[in-house]
Design a protein around this ligand. Sequence first.
Ligand SMILES: Nc1ncnc2c1ncn2[C@@H]1O[C@H](COP(=O)(O)OP(=O)(O)OP(=O)(O)O)[C@@H](O)[C@H]1O
Length: 228
Amino acid sequence: MTDLLVELSDLRKGFGEGEARTEVLKGITLSLPEQEFAALLGPSGSGKSTLLSIMGTLMKADSGRHIMRGQDLMAAGDAELTDFRNRRIGFVFQFHHLFPDLTALENVIFPAAVRAGRETPAQKARGRLLLERVGLGHRMNFRATALSGGQKQRVAIARALMNQPALVLADEPTGNLDRENADQVMALLTEINREEATAFLISTHDAGIAAACRRRITLKDGRVVEGV
Ligand SMILES: Nc1ncnc2c1ncn2[C@@H]1O[C@H](COP(=O)(O)OP(=O)(O)OP(=O)(O)O)[C@@H](O)[C@H]1O
C-alpha cells in the first residue's frame, strides 16, 4: 500500500503542430501524499493551469506517468476518467461559476443531481451540511446573485466538496477576492484539509496564500524548480 495520492513522472504536454508547436510541460516529476496542502507557484505561462487540468483529468498528458490512488490515468478511457473525476476530484476556480438564479443550496447540489439524474434527499442533506461548514447556513436559500463575492466563493468550495473528493484543485481561488475574504477562504480550506483529510493543490500568484500552505511547488518554463 502506498500513501501517495498522486504520482507524476516525466509528464509532458505540448500544444499545436509543426512550427506552431509549444511544449508547455517539459517533464514534470512530482508526488502528492494523501492530505497534501500545497501551493502551485510560478510565473504566468509556466504551465500551472495546464498541470491542474491534467491532474484533474480534464486533459491528458502526451507522455509520462500519471497515477492517482493507484490507478493509471494515462491508460484510462474517457468514461473511466469522467467517473474517476466525479468521485475523486473537486475544482475551485478564480471565478465561482455559480448559476445566478439558483439558490446557494441548489448550486451546491446541482452537479451531483445532474450526475445522479435526480435530486436526492441525501444530496440535499450533504449540501446543507457543507453550507453550514463554510459558514453559510443562514444563506442557503439565497440566490447566488444576492451573495457577496466571498460568500459566492464559499458556495463554490462547498460544491467542490459535495462528493467527498480526495483532491481539490484550486486555480487562483482567491484571485478575485480582497485580502480579508482571501484570508477567510484560506482559513476555511486549511480547516477542511485538517478535518476532512481532503488534499488541496492551490495555484496562486499571492505570496500570502503561498505562505499559508504547508508546501510550495514552483514551476518555471514547464519544469518543477522548487518543492519537489
Ligand atoms: N489549449 C492550448 N493551446 C495552445 N497553447 C496553450 C493552451 N493552453 C495553454 N497554452 C499555453 O501554455 C502555456 C502555459 O499556460 P498555462 O495556462 O498552463 O500557464 P499558467 O502558469 O497557468 O499561467 P497564468 O499564471 O497566467 O494562469 C502558455 O504559453 C499558454 O499560451
